[in-house]
Design a protein around this ligand. Structure first.
Ligand SMILES: Cc1ncc(COP(=O)(O)O)c(C=O)c1O
Length: 481
């Protein structure tokens, strides 16, 4: 057995043991029924402690991958029946008015109820929280800078933070000047500003389907129309579908995820992204890329950005610290390209500026190196939680349920057997103090009535596992009704 564990990889050592055994199982290096190495011998060959290997084996048992047999050791189990793959939704034929605000309001009123198991919220940073580090840094900023940290921030944002954000894009292969960065109140304000720069009431905005409901909420409140472009669970949006959409309809802009989408967790194919950027650039249609999940990937590296592939600065990139550090800080940013001056005007009119203390704290968080250290841990925890959540849904939900296999983020997109209403499951689950998000939130049409979004980006616990099992039982009861 190779000694392939890396102390500095950011992945917990026990998690690396888990990943190694899963890889060996995938490649059939070990087969169902095979005995795994003893704790002691694996700890020797991997040069890690026995408790580390034990923790890895316990995790593999929780995931249903291995079983321990008294006095015999650990054995690889037969693979769980993999649920059917989700299919790409049908192409939609016309733009629609959006009417989702009432449903969004209703769902969010109850999702925030204290005491419930919060599987309805997408707050992945809570799976590995940075609150203590942030609190310490914020106290230090206040102690050192006092009143200076509590005044209005410059409208475009705290200079140090804008510099740091610009520098981080070098790792993703693009040059961004600090002056190109406009700090916003979260990703939501960033998308709101971007939309107002490129479109007006009555315009048609192409969106991915399913899409983050906050985008629909904005389109509705700005009186625009949404045209759905289907998301393929494995590859994201197809360039051919974008071409088709703009040939048939007067599309004013496209909003899409740069790499990891919400709620599907699909991974945008870089070649398709490049083609989409080129098609839109040639047609002079702005592209708003939503990258709030960009750094929460489960693969080897961050996905690409559409702005890498354009010359004429027609891409507006939106991002935020909400998924990677803390949503309560409400700090996001926008790279508005050639719309930068217009974006500044909209920002000033909307909110004047964003919290200086929060920007300063996040800037110090990045400077200390803790932001990146935490992010590595967070990705590792989310990856483990994803496996746990998938196993629980496979175990507990009715036959015919299909589950996404997210490439990042903190949510599962679950297709219930046809005839089961996701909204009804949401209502019933709330009576058991479990929140989920009904699929109907994620499309302007009625496409996803039998879907729900369930979060795994939360601090994992026995109560959360019990919540998943209860959801499965409630769903089975709906089948037999
Ligand atoms: C895909 C996507 N974009 C944007 C946002 C908004 O981010 P923020 O909370 O920073 O406003 C969210 C939040 O859930 C999201 O999921």
């Amino acid at each position: 057995m190779s000694t392939g564990l890396h102390i500095d990889s950011g992945e917990f050592l026990y998690q690396q043991v888990v990943s190694m055994i899963l890889r060996m199982s995938d490649k059939s290096t070990i087969r169902p029924g095979d005995k795994l190495p003893s704790l002691r011998s694996l700890s020797r060959s991997l040069k890690v402690s026995v408790p580390t290997v034990r923790q890895g084996y316990i995790e593999l048992e929780r995931l249903g991958v291995i079983e321990s047999r008294p006095k015999s050791g650990y054995f690889l189990k037969a693979k769980l029946q993999q649920s059917d793959n989700m299919r790409k939704p049908e192409l939609v034929t016309r733009p629609r008015e959006v009417k989702k605000q009432i449903l969004i309001e209703e769902v969010f009123d109850v999702i925030h109820q204290p005491g419930s198991i919060g599987l309805g919220l997408a707050n992945p940073s809570s799976a590995y929280p940075s609150d203590k580090l942030l609190a310490r840094i914020m106290r230090r900023v206040l102690a050192n800078s006092g009143e200076r940290a509590l005044t209005y921030a410059p409208m475009e944002g705290f200079a140090a933070l804008r510099r740091q954000l610009a520098a981080r894009y070098l790792d993703r292969g693009i040059r961004v000047d600090p002056q190109d960065v406009l700090i916003t109140n979260g990703g939501q304000e960033s998308i709101a500003i971007a939309l107002q720069c490129v479109a007006a009431t009555g315009d048609v905005i192409a969106v991915e389907s399913p899409t983050y409901f906050g985008v629909l909420e904005l389109i509705e409140s700005l009186g625009m129309k949404a045209l759905e472009i289907p998301l393929c669970p494995a590859h994201g949006i197809a360039a051919a579908d974008v071409r088709h959409a703009i040939e048939k309809h007067p599309v004013k802009a496209l909003i899409m995820s740069s790499s990891v989408s919400n709620p599907l967790g699909s991974w945008q194919d870089p070649n398709e992204l490049q083609q989409i950027a080129a098609i839109l650039e040639n047609s002079q249609i702005p592209l708003i890329e939503d990258d709030v999940y960009g750094e929460l990937y489960f693969g080897e590296r961050c996905g690409g950005l559409a702005r890498t592939h354009t010359q004429r600065e027609g891409v507006l990139t939106c991002s935020s610290f909400s998924k990677t550090a803390a949503p309560g800080y409400r700090i996001g940013w926008l790279l508005a390209g050639r719309f930068h001056d217009q974006a500044k005007k909209v920002k000033r009119a909307l909110s004047c500026s964003s919290s200086l203390l929060n920007q300063w704290t996040l800037s110090e968080f990045i400077a200390s190196g803790d932001y990146d250290r935490n992010l590595r841990r967070l990705r590792s925890v989310l990856k483990t939680n994803k496996q746990r959540a998938i196993s629980l849904v496979q175990e507990s939900f009715p036959r015919g349920t299909k589950i996404s296999d997210p490439s990042g983020g903190g949510v599962l997109w679950v297709e219930l057997p046809s005839g089961i209403d996701g909204y009804q499951l949401f209502k019933t689950a709330m009576q058991h103090e479990i929140s989920i998000a009904p699929g109907d939130l994620f499309s302007p049409s009625a496409k996803y009535k039998n879907f729900v979004r369930i979060s795994f980006g939360i601090p994992w616990s026995d109560r959360v596992e019990a919540g998943y099992r209860t959801l499965g039982t409630l769903c089975c009861a709906l089948v037999s009704e």
